[in-house]
Design a protein. Structure first.
Lengths: 334, 325
């Protein structure tokens, strides 16, 4: 293909392979507290993450993107499906083996206010993972903590201060330092910048990109802001109601989306340019995202889709390679 | 007076807190013309919501207080009105939509009742039937499907986007001259945001309602506003027609803001230029330009003297900077 893009960091080997991942949360009810229904938060997700790349995972609230991120890290137990990380099937690992594996895969959380313990100093917060995995004596750990703080752009001088003394952007840096402490290969970042103001958001995004180069990290970047995801990602997966509906290189996705949902989603994003905005045509979707307790039959986007045919109501479209390295789950793509 | 619907002159709204006086809005002046959509952008804590609440006279006192300036609406100073006069004004002449659609509606009344309530408050001679008809009509206008039936539903039966559209219906039911919308779509997903913004700007055009749209999303501004005020640390630092703000931003803060947002239409691999540092603490005395500590073009003068809004020689564009671009 003419517009083949080679990102230097991508070596092409698969780091994470997710197949048929399902996470169902039971709804209990009745006098015997039996399971009366399931919230199908993640309902059959297939995807893979290559070593060294950033895979963006986008979708609207409630589509299961955060749950997918957590299920990959085994922070919620998948109901079904497999997650292979660095050659190991995570769903079948013993608790002890999984704990060791956790050093290789870390998470950056959305809320820099709620995710840091207010009673720990910054030094203690960053040292905690190092202590848990016995990475040296007190002095060595302190040196590592100072290094980590410097790496994320904080002055080690502030090591004895507490999280509440820092601004949102600085707290998010502390969260990133914690995630990097054990030198993981995979970092799942769940909406890492959505709580931050735009000027601070750019600082954190640039930091994440620098660190990726420096430490050879692989990111799963979960976010609802498609402009941010496009900026940082090599490839993008779009989720709708518990399933991945499209997966491709980010440039391709934004230039020629194949799935109608992706097309509507992209057209809804305002571009900060009045000239372009005045010329754009929006696809305005009717209605709201259906409930994941009782998702529609067949393709679960069909009630809102303007292309829907009889087959869409009956058959779930599989995620298939429609064009070279461009996957979509739609009967009538394009 | 007829030329400007709203004139805000030297508005100062301070909050008197235990840790000192927070000058949330400090000497802000701007105008809104009839049926104009004015965007107010800025980061959290820059004073955009406090400006809106000051116009509605909804500042909680104490700790907040409007300590100076005037707000002329249709030639009358809102700050001199008593509570009764204000109640007549709110909802009929000036309406407001809040950020959070989940908590702005009353959960124990049907949405139809809540729209009719507003209508009846301002049209005492209207019968219940007429008011109800008006609420169904309004729900239809904001594109709630099956409006007749849905008017009898309660807020919890609506999704976030629909509730925000109900808020718009309430706000526009009495044909106000000015609609103040404080981050109306921030809590919503993008596809739902489009469902809300479209009827809002469509209806305001149809009814000739002026809109003051507060947002931090520059994309939303580009799509809906005609004029933009950029606020920073309680001051308006730049004000210009929307095309000029994006094409030829004059204040270094506006330039920084535009460079730090990732864009959908950018080329792959382009990098962001963040603004270094943090916004200032408004409870401390700020000498000179509030943006000086973060400004790449800062000179000695900026640290000593506060720049006033001045034309930068491009039509209506004004910026508060000694060394504009």
């Amino acid at each position: 293909m003419a517009q083949e893009i080679t990102t230097p960091a991508t070596t092409g080997t698969t780091l994470v392979d997710v197949k048929g991942l399902k996470v169902h949360f039971p709804i209990k009810g009745g006098i015997f507290n039996r399971t009366v229904a399931n919230v199908k938060a993640v309902d059959g997700v297939d995807m893979f993450i290559q070593r060294g790349e950033t895979l963006g995972l986008v979708g609207e609230s409630g589509c299961g993107k955060s749950t997918t991120g957590r299920a990959i890290l085994q922070l919620v137990k998948p109901t079904e499906g497999s997650v292979v990380f660095e050659g190991d099937e995570l769903t079948k690992l013993s608790p002890g083996a999984l704990r060791q594996k956790r050093a290789r895969m870390q998470m950056v959380f959305q809320d820099p206010f709620g995710s840091l313990d207010p009673r720990f100093s910054v030094g203690e917060l960053v040292a905690e993972p190092l202590k848990n995995f016995n990475r040296g004596n007190a002095k060595e750990i302190e040196e590592q903590v100072a290094d980590l703080l410097r790496v994320v752009g904080l002055n080690p001088f502030f090591m004895n201060r507490f999280a509440h003394e820092f601004s949102g952007g600085q707290r998010q840096r502390i969260g990133i330092a914690r995630a990097l402490a054990l030198r993981p290969s995979l970092v799942v970042a769940d909406e890492p910048v959505s709580a931050l103001d735009v000027s601070i958001q750019a600082q954190v995004l640039n930091l994440l990109q620098d660190l990726q180069g420096k430490f050879g990290l692989t990111y799963l970047f979960v976010a609802h802001n498609l402009s941010v995801v496009k900026h940082i990602s090599d490839r993008v997966a779009v989720m709708y109601l518990g399933r991945v509906v499209e997966l491709s290189k980010s440039v391709e996705m934004y230039e020629m989306p194949l799935h109608p949902y992706t097309q509507a989603l992209l057209s809804a994003i305002p571009v900060p340019d009045p000239e372009i905005e005045s010329k754009r045509k929006r696809i305005i979707l009717e209605g709201d995202v259906p409930s994941p307790v009782n998702p529609p039959s067949g393709c679960n986007f069909h009630p809102r889709c303007w292309k829907a045919q009889a087959v869409c109501r009956e058959v779930i479209p599989p995620l298939e390679e429609k064009q070279y390295n461009h996957y979509a789950a739609c009967h009538f793509p394009g | 007076m007829a030329e400007n619907l709203l004139e805000v002159n030297n508005l100062k709204t301070y909050f008197f807190t235990r840790s000192g006086v927070v000058k949330a809005v400090d000497d802000v002046s701007f105008v809104i013309k009839p049926s104009q959509t004015l965007g107010i952008v800025g980061e959290s804590g820059c004073g955009k919501s406090v400006t809106a609440l000051s116009i509605m006279r909804l500042i909680a006192t104490p700790p907040g207080k409007i300590v100076g300036g005037e707000i002329n609406f249709n030639g009358e100073n809102i700050l001199e009105k008593n509570l009764d006069e204000l109640t007549d004004l709110r909802g009929s002449q000036i309406s407001m939509i809040f950020q959070d659609p989940m908590t702005s509606l009353n959960p124990v009344f049907t949405v139809g009742y809540q729209i009719a309530e507003t209508v009846k408050r301002h049209h005492k001679d209207m019968s219940n039937d007429q008011a109800w008809k008006r609420s169904v009509e309004m729900l239809d206008l904001v594109r709630i499907p099956d409006a007749k039936k849905r008017a009898k539903s309660y807020p919890h039966e609506f999704s976030g986007g629909m509730r925000q559209r109900v808020m718009i219906a309430i706000a526009l039911a009495c044909n106000p001259k000015l609609l103040v919308a404080d981050e109306p779509t921030t809590a919503l997903d993008v596809t739902i945001q489009a469902q809300v913004l479209e009827p809002m700007s469509g209806l305001s055009k149809e009814f000739g309602t002026a809109v003051m749209l507060i947002t931090h999303d520059l994309g939303v501004v580009a799509g809906t506003c005609q004029h933009v005020n950029v606020m920073y640390a309680g001051h308006v630092v730049e004000s210009a027609p929307v095309k000029q703000i994006f094409a030829t931003p004059a204040h270094p803060y506006t330039v920084g803001l535009l460079r730090s947002i990732p864009r959908m239409d950018e080329k792959h691999g382009s990098s962001l230029t963040p603004i270094g540092g943090q916004p200032p603490d408004l409870s401390r005395e700020i000498i000179g330009c509030p943006y000086a500590p973060r400004c790449p073009k800062v000179q000695n003068r900026c640290r000593q003297e506060r720049p006033e809004l001045k034309p930068v020689g491009r039509g209506e564009q004004v910026a508060a900077c000694f060394y504009p671009d």
